[in-house]
Write a protein that binds this ligand. Structure first.
Ligand code: NAP
Length: 242
């Protein structure tokens, strides 16, 4: 039985991914800084547990992995969806906010991957790690330097981990979502001028939904993607083709 861990599972892409992996029969550990929301998602999945953790905290990452192993007996698949975004002009941007964004989006992805990969290596049966990057891993937009820098880092983190973990049969890939309709984007999508700008840049002309990312995460955490590692997979309605 596959044991999967999803961070940011209390909302948006993480919640959809946890549900998708649960639907295929995985044991799913739903991790979020908001434990109540993670518990709500876990309650709707047949074999799932919720765990409250801030993935920037090493001890909390260790605890989430120990809990998964204790309760479900191992660790096979990880999808790192926990993330934050704060917009703001670079000239005025608060350095503390910059550090927090990099800490959650980049360092948190690293800690989650590192801690879970240690278990996968010890099991000796390989594993799957999927990092959620962004179209902003490759393309910048005005007013989001911290987020864009963090997501550029996630792309290269995924490639670096793919090299380091390939000898252990652990495959690491990065998904680059475009504009996806989640609580993270609700303000942008409710602002008609901003929505129009974002949709003009999206060839398919609509936001994606979280399930469209979850489907690709399910593929990348399965043998269907057996020759893929170090890949960047945009799921963006065509944004990066321009
Ligand atoms: P979301 O709905 O805001 O979900 C993110 C979840 O992660 C929230 O429950 C959030 O809790 C949680 N979280 C934040 N910091 C955390 C931490 N330190 N430890 C553990 N959990 C934490 O966002 P989403 O749209 O699903 O985004 C998921 C991922 O996809 C993010 O990495 C995001 O950057 C990426 N992405 C999203 C889009 C998009 O258009 N939506 C596009 C490209 C990439 P709080 O709500 O309490 O902060």
């Amino acid at each position: 039985m596959t044991v999967s861990l999803v961070t940011g599972a209390g909302s948006g892409i993480g919640a959809a991914t946890a549900r998708r992996l649960g639907d295929r029969g995985d044991r799913v550990v739903c991790v979020d800084i908001d434990g109540d929301r993670a518990a709500e998602v876990a309650d709707g999945i047949e074999h799932a547990l919720a765990f409250t953790a801030d993935i920037t905290d090493e001890a909390q990452c260790d605890a989430m992995v120990s809990m998964a192993v204790d309760r479900f007996g191992g660790m096979d698949a990880v999808v790192t969806c926990a993330g934050i975004e704060t917009m703001g002009d670079s000239l005025e941007f608060d350095p503390a906010a910059f550090r927090r964004i990099v800490d959650v989006n980049l360092t948190g992805s690293f800690l989650t991957a590192q801690r879970t990969a240690r278990v996968m290596k010890a099991q000796g049966e390989g594993g799957w790690i999927v990092l959620i990057g962004s179209i902003n891993s490759q393309a910048a937009l005005p007013g989001a330097a911290a987020y864009i820098a963090s997501k550029g880092g996630v792309l290269m983190l995924g490639r670096a981990l793919a090299l380091d973990l390939a000898p252990h049969g652990i495959r690491v890939n990065v998904i680059g979502p475009g504009v996806i309709d989640t609580p993270m984007t609700s303000d942008s999508l409710a602002d008609s001028a901003r929505r129009e700008m974002l949709m003009e840049r999206t060839p398919l002309g609509r936001p994606g939904n979280p399930e469209e990312i979850a489907e690709v995460a399910a593929f990348l955490t399965s043998d269907a993607s057996s020759f893929m590692t170090g890949a960047f997979v945009p799921v963006d309605g065509g944004w990066l083709t321009r």
